[in-house]
Ligand binder design. Structure first.
Ligand code: AMP
Ligand code: MG
Length: 491
């Protein structure tokens, strides 16, 4: 009874629509309890949006929930089944260390998944321990919240709870559980699972569920499953464009890490690019560069093709016709990506209207940036701040020539310098989660228990498009030390 009152005060308002899908799609189970739960970071603005009480949850009782020791009233925890292509190879997967608690209905009536990540073994754990380390969970918290502040669709992070337990990777590490908030955890891989192991009625049920949840405006008549494919493709085109325009590298774009909602999901070896180079890879396991920065739009299409294949039985009774419909959508994806990318580049260059030479103007700048190893974020921000001469391209004649052409282009539009600057500054962030800053914050938190460095970083990341003089330390690129930055998947 007392616990029910606590949950009521906390504001939990669960519905569990996923649990009403056919049983093959999940396994009901509770999180595995941990020794001594303690909340180390909590997202108050997100709690407010969710209709949750920060006051009631930043308590020992809240820690019990965020570590998985107690299931809040109304939740119906389950591990989701899914499959996926990992680095091109099909595998059976599923939530191996995560559980969906349920869907919180927010005060505005929105439905969002509340998921615990690191909550113990499940039937889908394979050889894994079901656990997560504190460092990588804090890293997901920082980067997902930074993406949100950048205006990029993403899952979010409500809390990280330390478990008081040690987990074993290459070394002993402190364990933690992340509470993740998502529009849903439906993935391309969920459909791959359905296509492989469920019957057509179940596949249809999953497709209907996805439509209802993310594309409710899709009409009952018409080819709804084609609409589903097209909408997912358009959202991915929009999402990947946003990544490309801020220099974000997801790092592990396996089909199980592509959300059908169009949110960025599964922050593993992701990182922001420093010096511009399309071949940039941070992940230690991506030895072939499959998920390199410049390859992301192409991989998006590859993943969408896998999604389309799962939908073929629903697209058309004639298989060949279905394939044709799917191919048309993939072509539309490429066009949409291209259109959005060029529009985004125009904004970054301060161009309001279209001229035929705009693409060349953007591509030439990128070419110069690559040649001079210019930092992606700083270069565009210096241009936006009217400090074009301070970029790494300095006063090289080719860059001077480019600046002259751009000046001529700006002179051909009516908008004055202020409007141009506003457009550019709102399109090119001053602050991104720079790798060296993220590492520094994680080191202080994990090794010294000092969360102040991370709090200050999170604060700077909350308004990334503003130029704040005191924040220059978060804006500068790392000194080139010859050692490429590496991220690890062993999360
Ligand atoms: P990820 O690389 O985080 O997208 O994970 C890929 C798959 O491995 C997913 O099915 C995860 O649930 C699973 N997984 C990752 N780490 C663990 C772990 N420590 N224990 C069990 N399963 C895991
Ligand atoms: Mg994943």
């Amino acid at each position: 009874m007392k616990e029910n009152l606590i949950d009521l005060a906390a504001g939990w308002n669960f519905d569990n629509s996923y649990a009403r899908l056919p049983g093959d799609f999940f396994t009901r189970m509770n999180p595995a309890p941990v020794r001594s739960p303690r909340i180390v970071i909590f997202n108050e603005p997100l709690a407010l949006f969710l209709g949750l009480s920060a006051e009631a949850l930043q308590t020992p009782e809240g820690a019990e929930i965020f570590a998985g020791n107690r299931v809040p009233e109304g939740a119906d925890p389950l591990a989701q089944a899914y499959a996926g292509h990992q680095f091109g190879h099909f595998t059976m997967l599923g939530d191996g260390r995560a559980l969906l608690l349920g869907e919180q209905i927010t005060p505005r009536g929105e439905r969002v998944d509340i998921q615990l990540k690191g909550s113990g073994r499940t039937p889908y754990s394979r050889r894994g321990d079901g656990r997560a380390a504190l460092g990588p969970m804090l890293r997901e918290y920082i980067i997902s919240e930074a993406m949100h502040a950048l205006g990029i669709p993403t899952t979010r992070s409500l809390a990280v709870a330390a478990t008081g337990e040690t987990i074993y990777r290459e070394t002993d590490l402190p364990g933690a559980v992340l509470t993740r908030v998502a529009a849903s955890h439906l993935r391309v891989g969920t459909f791959e699972y359905a296509a492989q192991w469920a019957d057509e009625a179940e596949l249809r049920a999953l497709a209907d569920y996805t439509l209802e949840r993310h594309y409710p405006e899709a009409e009952a008549g018409g080819n709804r499953y084609l609409t589903l494919l097209r909408e997912v493709a358009m959202r991915q085109a929009a999402l990947i464009t946003r990544w490309m325009l801020v220099g974000f590298i997801h790092g592990v774009m396996n089909t199980d890490n592509m959300a059908l909602s169009g949110e960025t999901i599964d922050y593993g070896p992701c990182a922001f690019m420093d010096a511009y180079d399309p071949a940039t890879v941070f992940s230690s396991i991506d030895t072939q560069g499959r998920y390199a920065y410049g390859n992301q739009p192409h991989i998006g299409a590859w993943n969408l093709a896998r999604f389309a294949e799962t939908l073929l039985p629903l697209l058309h009774e004639d298989g060949e016709q279905g394939v044709k419909l799917a191919e048309d959508v993939l072509a539309e994806y490429h066009e949409e990506y291209d259109r959005r990318w060029l529009a985004g580049m125009r904004a970054k260059l301060g161009l309001f209207r279209e001229e035929p030479e705009d693409r060349a103007l953007a591509e030439e700048l990128l070419g110069l940036m690559q040649k001079h190893r210019a930092d992606y974020t700083s270069t565009f921000r210096l241009l936006a701040d009217g400090k074009a001469e301070e970029t790494a391209m300095g006063d090289s004649p080719e860059y001077r020539a480019w600046l002259t052409r751009r000046q001529a282009r700006l002179a051909r539009q009516q908008e004055g310098p202020e409007a141009v600057q506003r457009l550019m500054q709102s399109s090119s962030p001053a602050v991104i989660p720079r790798n060296h800053r993220v590492e520094e914050a994680l080191e202080a938190a994990v090794q010294d228990g000092d969360f102040g460095v991370m709090e200050r970083l999170l604060d700077a990341l909350r308004s990334p498009y503003e130029s704040v003089p005191e924040r220059t330390e978060y804006c500068t690129a790392p000194a080139a030390n010859g050692r490429p930055y590496r991220t690890f998947c062993g999360t």
